[in-house]
Design a protein around this ligand. Structure first.
Ligand code: CMP
Length: 937
């Protein structure tokens, strides 16, 4: 519109102007302004303008028309937009048309402009607009000189209003009040000054009704008469919609037969916009003999009950009293909504406490600063949100003075933030302060507060100065001691995580967005501030099948879920497995041609691990392991003799439990085989993501990743108070154990110590790689690993080379490699896939059997051998766990057979499900004889 707020007239002179121009009897109501300068130079003001004082300016905007007291309107400043004060006035007056719009529309309208405007409804319509200037004015103010008018406004129909909190009609000679800001100790928002309207709800127009109506007219009220509840509510509804609200409603309460005054009052009170409407009930004189009817009316929301009278003088006096004692204060109260809104939307943090430093009010910026919701903040002792000692502000027995200095605020996550805080004591009743107002600078605002903090040694001792001038309040620093200064130091360290940057950026966006958007951003911030950003949430499981839900819940959820269901009668502590000494390497190993022949295929994805299990007499890990070590040059890489490796593999294999149907050394060999296949593919594809040492570590990790698995899940171990769960505090119990025992065994015997020839640094790095890979097989972090992998390797763009991030991506890749290898069985040829499904189901069944027998919580109740549907569990497992991961991995490594097998297997499980092939026995009965035979053990 060509209106620039920067040239608005100076506030002080504006007020002075208002006084001189208006004079004590100024008849014209002035547009009102509350003017506050913020530290960034932006200004906050509240303005209320009357439609009658607007006219269109030539630019299409609206200019303010000023009365000269003689009925001659003049335009303040230029009527055309483009220069001088006229522009500014025009700009301000642009708020006014919004009276007819709703707040949402108006806020929308103002979007994109430099001002942000909130129109506030008080007394039912939009009476105040709170304008938050985003641009500072260059030493000029905002006040309403523009609108003060000349020596009064005597235009017909226009009301005089001169009392500071005037409400009464201007033409009423008894009500010559002055609206004069200077009379007030603190400037306040003057209340609306409308034509007062009264709604009379009388069943019939009798003499009582006429007396009331006449009294209203005598006091210049616009009167509307309605005769029924419906008509009354309808009229109110319409008046609300057109912003022509009724200030006074007088209800005939003499007989509930004709009009249910109590119900009408209650309905009005519950209608939006009528909480400050004055409701009067006209009652029979006899009602005043007992209190019940009157109390009921007052409880329903009536402000005052008056006795019926036909005497006009009595009626008039009563009405006058009501105007003064109820309607005027209501109007004044209504303006506070504008102040609260201004306060609430302020960028700066404002807190108000009582005299014992309990928080009574906090604005929205406080929520953001403390990262707490208002309901968490209100009523809190202030000491809870400050790290700093507050005795400097409010010490018992000492008078409270203003404070201006640095205090450290404690956020919800206990993080401490030093802030520049001003504290102002306020006495609301009496002269002793009853409330303290805390005003904080906005961190990350125009002035980077933290960056301006002086180092503790430079902090000058003495007075309270502005932090902008790099001074420190010594009292607050000293009282806080080391903690404060070290915290300040910490916060000013040049350390910033990318997530902190993101949070700061979002917080900035929040400053200037709508309440809904701010709420959404709050949610986003909440998530971003949580630990384990990538940790799986139990998102909606895509299957409604309880078996899949059971399985996936058990796999993805940490044991803590089950701990509450712990059975009290169980205190058995499972000892770790029996110690196994190094087994003698099978003598037949060297010369078995059948084994050798089979191992020729050891890098094929179709490799038959079950055949190897059988022909090695259940030593597949030893044979497969040696073959892998040979193929990947592990002996040379570790600079170790073959015999040590062989002995190591034998010991590792011996510590797998043969009694486990699934988690035995065949599974370890299978995972090692998949690892070998993946490494080969990476090499074939010229993806030099692993060096020889890393390949060796991956193979070792795969071989050992489930060592000493008890055939029960971590949840089971926690629920049964096993020694391992106690040792590892219920956290990643099994995987921690697998990694720990691997090193315990390896380092405990020189004959099997495959690391003994590595130098310290290499060993350290090898150990860290192996531990990281084994821990990555924990399923509760499945989605975390998958999400990270996809976020790094999922993009089309080639990644930039950077040694640090290269190491990080190598870690992600290795984790994914072992994870996929670990649960690759649904992507193996169908007969293998089915056998693995049988084995895992059998192990789950055994766990359920034991849980039942020991009265432990049942981790997967659906895995009951009598009822479980194997196809359903496999469908859920593939859909929820395997599918996405396999696609991600396949697109990285380029092994389409993974997807092909997975899809074939998935279709087969679906087919079984449709055919009603459910139990393990059913499934196995469907398999060709060879498969059954080979796996019958
Ligand atoms: N085919 C399968 N069906 C159901 N669960 C499986 C299957 N394969 C692997 N799992 C589970 O996935 C888990 C991966 O980690 P673990 O080897 O510790 O234990 C494994 C089993 O609990």
């Amino acid at each position: 519109m060509g209106c620039s707020p920067s040239t608005l007239p100076n506030s002080a002179s504006a007020n002075a102007n208002a006084n001189t121009n208006a004079g004590p009897t100024a008849a014209n109501s002035v547009p009102l302004s509350l003017d506050a300068t913020e530290k960034d130079g932006s200004r906050l003001f509240c303005i209320k303008l009357r439609r009658s004082r607007l006219r269109r300016c030539s630019c299409g905007g609206v200019a303010l028309q000023q009365g000269d007291g003689n009925g001659n309107g003049s335009t303040a400043g230029s009527a055309t937009c483009g220069s001088g004060t006229g522009d500014n006035l025009c700009h301000q007056v642009l708020l006014n048309p919004l009276q007819a719009k709703n707040e949402a529309d108006y806020e929308k309208l103002s979007t994109g402009k430099k001002d942000s405007i909130v129109t506030v409804a008080a007394l039912g319509n939009f009476t105040h607009s709170v304008v938050r200037r985003a641009t500072g004015s260059t030493g000029t103010g905002t006040s309403g000189t523009s609108s003060s008018g000349g020596g009064g406004n005597n235009r017909p129909g226009h009301r005089k209003s001169s009392l500071a909190l005037a409400l009464t009609p201007e033409d009423d000679p008894m009500d010559v009040y002055q609206r004069n800001l200077m009379d007030l100790k603190y400037p306040t928002v003057l209340p609306p000054n409308p034509q007062l309207k009264a709604l009379l709800v009388f069943h019939k127009s009798d003499s009582i009704c006429e007396a009331v109506a006449s009294a209203c007219q005598r006091h210049q009220l616009d009167v509307t008469l309605v005769k029924s509840k419906e008509e009354a509510l309808d009229t109110l509804q319409k008046s609300y919609a057109t912003a022509q609200c009724y200030h006074l409603i007088i209800i005939d309460a003499r007989s509930s037969k004709n009009l249910d005054a109590e119900h009408i009052a209650r309905t009005i009170r519950h209608t939006h916009g009528h909480h400050l409407t004055t409701i009067i009930a006209v009652c029979k004189k006899s009602f005043f003999e007992k209190d019940d009817v009157l109390i009921a009316l007052l409880d329903a929301g009536v402000n005052r009950c008056v006795a019926e009278t036909t005497n006009l003088a009595m009626c008039s006096v009563e009405l006058k009293q009501i105007l003064h004692s109820i309607i005027r204060p209501h109007n004044v109260m209504s303006t506070q909504q504008a102040l609260y809104t201004a306060l609430h939307r302020l960028k700066e943090v404002v807190l108000i406490t009582d005299d014992v430093l309990r928080i009574q009010y906090a604005n929205r910026a406080t929520e953001r600063l403390l990262n707490m919701r208002l309901d968490e903040i209100i009523s809190k002792p202030l000491a809870d949100i400050f790290v700093s000692d507050l005795s400097t502000i409010s010490e018992q027995g000492k008078s409270i003075k203003e404070f201006d200095g640095i205090l450290t605020v404690r956020r919800k996550n206990q993080e401490g933030i030093p802030m520049h805080v001003r504290v102002v004591p306020v006495a609301c009743i009496g002269s002793a302060p009853t409330h303290l107002i805390f005003n904080f600078d906005v961190p990350g605002g125009q002035m980077d507060f933290i960056a301006t903090l002086p180092q503790p040694k430079e902090a000058p001792r003495g007075s309270l100065h502005s932090v902008r001038r790099c001074s420190f309040d010594v009292r607050s620093i000293a009282s806080d001691g080391l903690r404060r200064t070290s915290l300040a130091k910490l916060t000013s360290l040049p350390l910033e995580a990318p997530i902190t940057k993101i949070i700061n950026l979002l917080s900035q966006v929040q400053e200037n967005c709508s309440a809904d958007e701010a709420r959404l951003i709050d949610k986003v911030l909440e998530f971003l501030k949580r630990e384990g950003l990538y940790s799986p949430q139990m998102k909606e499981i895509r299957t409604d099948d309880p078996i899949a839900t059971d399985l996936i819940g058990a796999l993805l959820t940490g044991p803590s879920v089950y701990s509450s269901r712990r059975s009290s009668n169980d205190s058995i502590i499972r000892t770790g497995s029996s110690t196994r000494t190094a087994t003698i390497v099978p003598a037949k190993m060297k010369a078995n041609p059948i084994i050798m022949e089979l191992l020729e295929e050891s890098l094929s994805w179709d490799f038959d691990i079950f055949k190897l299990e059988e022909i090695t007499d259940y030593h597949p890990l030893l044979y497969l392991g040696m073959e892998m070590f040979r193929r990947f040059d592990v002996f040379a890489t570790l600079n170790i003799e073959e015999n040590v490796c062989k002995a190591w593999l034998a010991v590792i294999e011996a510590h797998y439990h043969k009694s486990n149907t699934y988690h035995n050394s065949t599974h370890a060999a299978d995972v090692m085989q998949a690892t070998g296949a993946f490494i080969t593919q990476l090499t074939n594809k010229d993806m030099m993501v692993m060096d020889r040492m890393e390949e060796a570590m991956a193979l070792i990790a795969a071989a050992a990743h489930d060592i000493d698995h008890p055939g029960r899940s971590s949840a089971f171990l926690c629920n049964s108070n096993s020694a391992l769960a106690i040792l590892y505090n219920d956290l990643t119990v099994l995987e921690n154990h697998h990694a720990a025992i691997t090193f315990k065994l390896t380092l405990g015997d020189d004959k099997i110590n495959i690391f003994k020839n590595l130098d310290k640094e290499t060993y350290k790095s090898a150990r860290s790689t192996i531990i990281d890979m084994i821990l990555a097989t924990e399923m509760t972090r499945h989605f975390e690993h998958l999400a990270k992998f996809v976020s790094v390797f999922g993009g089309e763009e080639p990644r930039e080379h950077n040694p640090q991030s290269d190491e990080e991506t190598a870690i992600l890749m290795r984790r994914m490699l072992i994870k996929v290898a670990d649960v690759s069985n649904p992507a193996r040829p169908m007969q293998f896939c089915i056998e693995w499904a049988r084995r895992i189901a059998e192990e789950y069944f055994m766990q359920t059997d034991e849980e039942k027998q020991r009265h432990l919580p049942i981790v997967m109740p659906m895995f009951d051998r009598a009822t479980c549907s194997i196809p359903k569990s496999q469908i859920g497992f593939i859909e929820y766990i395997i599918q996405d991961m396999m696609h991600a991995w396949e697109s990285f490594i380029d092994m389409p057979q993974l997807i092909t097998y997975m899809q074939i297997n998935y279709s087969q499980w679906k087919k079984y499900d449709e055919q009603g092939v459910n139990t393990l026995a059913d499934v196995m009965a469907m398999q060709p004889p060879m498969v059954k035979l080979a796996n019958s053990k």
